[in-house]
Design a protein around this ligand. Sequence first.
Ligand code: CA
Length: 452
Amino acid sequence: MSSSETDQQINETHRPNLRSWVESANDRTTDFPIQNLPYGVFQRSGEMPRGGVAIGDYILDLSAALREGLFSSALEPTARLASASTLNAFMASGLAQQSALRRRLSEILSADGRERTRVERLASELLIPIRDVEMKLPAAIGSFTDFLTSIYHTERGGRVTRPDSPIPPPFRHLPIAYNGRATSVRASGEPVRRPNGQWRASDGQVKFGPSEQQDFELEVGMFVGRGNALGQPISIEEAPEHIFGFCLLNDWSARDMQRWESALGPFLSKSLSTTISCWVVTAEALAPFHAPAFPRVAQDPKPLPYLFSASDQARGGLDINLNAYLLTPRMRNERTAPWLVSRTNFIHMYWTFAQMLTHHMSNGCNLMPGDLLGSGTTSGPQDENRACLSEITGRGAHAFALPNGEARIWLEDGDEVIFRARAERDGFVPIGFGEGRARLDAAPAWPMTKAS
Ligand code: CA
């Protein structure tokens, strides 16, 4: 297949005048208009987890839609995969099937659909209010890889540790990454425990205990669709066929532990937990929001041929506005709104997801459907684009003030970090990601050792 056949194209499911008979989906502020149709796994009390599609304030229950016979025999197997308790098999089903299902879902939910009268009569069967369910992880995540693709984030950190050469030499040649921990990836809403760990304090003492420099990192996560066989790399032209969709990702980071342990890359400072938003916005839904890859300055090396394709350079970037908010216990008690601490955009990333994926598979390493790739902290050039506390506070050098008079350098117990994101472009209906949020709870007491 040529790249023009495999790239996600704008089609009738993106039409800005498309409206849904689900009224809340037509509100300009919703994250889930009919142009989005993200997939997720939900659970209603007393029932099994299963797959659905967000539409306005509701979930379209795919199991109910299957029972009502809303899919053709050609589409039914794909809809069944998307209704499962994990979406791995659906993610593996390929862009052609996924795109066909999206067109059908758009038809089912459209205000102008030919079957509107029949389908709307089934609304009480098909629709479940989002507020009535618990969202689960969308996939059984076999592996999690975290990248470092913002040159601004890298530069701000490197100015302190490597003032002569803040950007490590490989950064402009390859998307830097490390193998993260998949078992501790958790769904939005589940609290995270501050980790116990080891670090060297400013007085030179090596300590063990609750981390004193707990940070967040605002990232975008990407779910792998089709995988590759061990030993078989893919070309960058093929990469879009392997990209299923995107979520928000908080790569919780214990900075004191990270600085001390990272001779071989981060380990316990990152594996404590990773929070992701639960709705997967498909690559196809984001077709109107593709953007050129990062504009490299003349002195920068051109990507090597295995990381370079004209179509990826032209539209491999993503124009997504990303926001991080902080909600302290006092703000929660006083019922004040979460405070915006970071506002950035994914166009600031130096590498595209197609480049990350192609590089990841280039040594023959096999990726599987449902594997998760993190973009790295999504910081941009401006101060307001700093997407973690370490950048905002100059690695803990100065506090910042919250509107209620509180101050923070690092996260305190009970603080909640909330991510939101929207893709917006003139001529298209904006789409959002829902929330990725979690509260940081106190470190667990260290287990007592039995007296010998
Ligand atoms: Ca990270």
